[in-house]
Design a protein around this ligand. Structure first.
Ligand code: ADP
Ligand code: G6P
Length: 477
C-alpha cells in the first residue's frame, strides 16, 4: 500500500485478528464483535484505509491489503495489551459504561498506558491521512484520539462513534480521569452515539464538568462547535437476506435441527462470552421452565454459542466458569437418553454457519443487562424472510428502541423472561409473521450503509458558528 488516504477508519482492532500458535505459526481470522461486523462492509464499499491493532502482541507489521481494504497495523507490546486493552479499556471503561454491572478497576498505571497508546493511534492516523481527509475514530478504547489528532492535524475532519452506551453523569463522575476523556472526545467535529440518551448524557456532562453551553445537538467551545447525535448502528441486511436464501444454508439449517434431535422449539443465544450479555439469566429462565414442567423433556432445546472474549480479564474468567457450571447443572438435572436440553459451544463460527443457526432457530434469546445496540438481534431478523421466528429482547439493549415488536423483557426479572420465552414459543404463525414483518421493514430500511452515510453526511456538513454561543442555553437539551 502506498500514499495517504482521504478516508480513514481508526479502531482498536483491525477487521482481521492474528493468532500466533505455540509453535510460532500465525493465522488470520475475522475479529470478534459488532464493531467489525458493521464497519467491514462499509469499508469494502468505500475506498479508504483502516488503522488498528492486529491482535498479536510485540509484533510490528507493514501495511497490507485484505478483502479490498487497506490495513495499517498499529503495534501493542504485551504490557500495553495488559494495561491499555485488558486493563483501562476492558476492566475500567467497559464495566463503567455498562451500568457498572461489574465493578470497574481504577489504576493509574492502566490510565498511563491508555494515554500512551491513544497517542500512538493518533500519530498513525496523522501519518496516514491526506490533507483535509475524513478520519472516523471508533469506540471507547480511543476516546483521547480526537483531541490528540486535532492538535497534530487541524486540517482534518474528525468524527467519533461510540459503539457502547454512554453512561449517566452520576456514573461517569467516578472516573478519576473524567476531564481528560471528555476533552479527548471534544476534539472531534461530530461525536456519535447509539441512542439519543447517550448523546444527552454527554452534553449534560460537558456542561457540568467543563461549563460548556449547548443548544440542541451542538456544544459550544471557544473557537469551535462540536455536534453530538444518535446514529443507531445496524447490519448488512441485504447480504444476510441473500445468504439465507442459498439452498446450502437452507439445507444446513434443516440438518442442524435434526442434529439437535428435531425438537418442537429451538431457542438460540449468540454472544461474546461477556458478563453484560445476560447469558446466565436466560439459562436460569430456561432451566426453571424445565423444572416447573412448563416445558416437557424433549420439547425444547437451548443452543448457546459463546465466542471466547477477553479471556485474561478476571471477570471474564469467572463468567466462563459460572456459565459452564450452570450448563452442566441444567443438563445434569433434565437430560434424558436422547435428549440434551442445553447445547453450549465456546467457539467462533463463520458467516454461513451462523446464518444457518439463525434460520434454524424458532426463538432468538437476546437478554443483555446493558448493550449499546446488539447486532445479533438485527442479524436474526435479517435472516427470517420466511417470517417465522420470534425475538426475545432485553429492554436494556439499544436495539429495543427500534425493535418494539420483539418479546421485550427485563432480564433482571426471571419470571418475565420465562413468560416471554413461553409466549414466543406458543405464538401463532400469524402473530409471528406480523411481528417479524414490521421488524424486518425497520432493519431493511435502517441498514449499516444508511448508518454510515448518515454519520458521514453529518460529519461533512457545516455546524453553527461559534459566535452562536451567546444564544446557547445553559439548560436546554
Ligand atoms: P458485541 O459487539 O458486544 O460483541 P453485537 O451483538 O453487537 O455484540 O455483535 C456481535 C457480533 O459478533 C455479531 O455480528 C455476531 O454475528 C458475531 N458473533 C457473535 N458470536 C459469534 C460466534 N460464535 N462466531 C462468529 N461470530 C459471532
Ligand atoms: C464490542 C466493542 C468493540 C470490540 C468488540 C470485541 O463490540 O464495542 O470495540 O472490538 O466488542 O471485543 P474485543 O475486546 O475482542 O475487541
Amino acid at each position: 500500500m502506498t500514499g495517504r488516504s482521504s478516508f480513514l477508519i481508526v479502531a482498536n482492532r483491525l477487521p482481521v485478528d492474528r493468532t500466533i500458535e505455540p509453535d510460532g505459526t500465525a493465522s488470520w481470522r475475522r475479529s470478534p464483535g459488532g464493531l467489525v461486523t458493521a464497519i467491514a462492509p462499509v469499508m469494502q464499499r468505500r475506498h479508504g484505509a483502516w488503522a488498528g491493532w492486529h491482535g498479536a502482541p510485540d509484533e510490528k507489521l507493514e501495511p497490507f491489503e485484505q478483502g479490498g481494504m487497506n490495513l495499517i497495523p498499529v503495534p501493542l507490546s504485551a504490557r500495553e495489551v495488559e494495561l491499555y486493552y485488558e486493563g483501562f479499556s476492558n476492566a475500567t471503561l467497559w464495566p463503567l459504561y455498562h451500568d457498572v454491572v461489574a465493578p470497574p478497576v481504577f489504576e493509574r498505571e492502566m490510565w498511563e498506558a491508555y494515554r500512551e497508546v491513544n497517542e500512538r493511534f493518533a500519530n498513525a492516523a496523522a501519518e496516514a491521512a491526506e490533507e483535509g481527509a475524513v478520519v472516523w475514530v471508533q469506540d471507547y478504547q480511543l476516546q483521547l484520539v480526537p483531541a490528540m489528532l486535532r492538535r497534530i492535524r487541524p486540517d482534518l475532519r474528525i468524527g467519533f462513534f461510540l459503539h457502547i452506551p454512554f453512561p449517566p453523569v452520576e456514573l461517569f463522575w467516578r472516573l478519576p480521569w473524567r476531564k481528560d476523556l471528555v476533552e479527548g472526545l471534544l476534539g472531534a467535529d461530530l461525536v456519535g452515539f447509539q441512542l439519543p440518551g447517550g448523546a444527552s448524557n454527554f452534553r449534560r456532562l460537558c456542561r457540568r464538568l467543563l461549563g460548556l453551553p449547548y443548544k440542541g445537538n451542538e456544544i459550544f467551545l471557544d473557537d469551535r462547535v462540536v455536534r453530538t447525535q444518535a446514529f443507531p448502528i445496524s447490519v448488512d441486511f441485504g447480504q444476510l437476506d441473500a445468504l439465507v436464501r442459498d439452498p446450502n444454508i437452507v439445507a444446513r439449517a434443516k440438518e442442524i435441527r435434526m442434529e439437535l434431535g428435531d425438537p418442537e422449539h429451538v431457542l438460540l443465544g449468540v454472544d461474546r462470552l461477556d458478563y453484560t450479555k445476560g447469558i446466565g439469566q436466560r439459562l436460569e429462565a430456561f432451566g426453571e421452565l424445565l423444572k416447573d414442567h412448563r416445558l416437557e423433556a424433549g420439547e425444547a432445546v437451548f443452543v448457546q454459542i459463546a465466542t471466547p472474549s477477553r479471556e485474561r480479564v478476571d471477570e471474564y474468567r469467572r463468567l466462563r466458569d459460572d456459565i459452564e457450571l450452570q450448563v452442566g447443572r441444567i443438563n445434569g438435572e433434565h437430560a434424558q437418553l436422547g435428549y440434551q436440553p442445553v447445547w453450549y459451544f465456546h467457539q467462533s463460527y463463520d458467516h454461513e454457519e451462523l446464518a444457518a443457526l439463525y434460520l434454524a432457530a424458532d426463538v432468538m434469546v437476546v437478554t443483555p443487562l446493558r448493550d449499546g445496540m446488539n447486532l445479533v438481534a438485527k442479524e436474526y431478523i435479517s435472516c427470517h424472510h420466511d417470517l417465522h421466528g420470534a425475538l426475545v429482547l432485553s429492554e436494556f439493549a439499544g436495539a429495543a428502541d427500534e425493535l418494539r415488536q420483539a418479546y421485550l423483557v427485563n432480564p433482571y426479572d426471571v419470571e418475565d423472561v420465562k413468560r416471554q420465552m413461553v409466549a414466543a414459543m406458543r405464538a401463532t404463525p400469524h402473530e409471528l409473521a406480523r411481528r417479524m414483518r414490521t421488524m424486518r421493514r425497520r432493519v431493511a430500511t435502517y441498514d449499516v450503509d444508511r448508518w454510515a452515510s448518515e454519520f458521514l453526511t453529518a460529519l461533512e456538513s457545516p455546524a453553527s458558528e461559534p459566535s452562536m454561543r451567546r444564544s446557547a442555553s445553559w439548560r436546554s437539551g
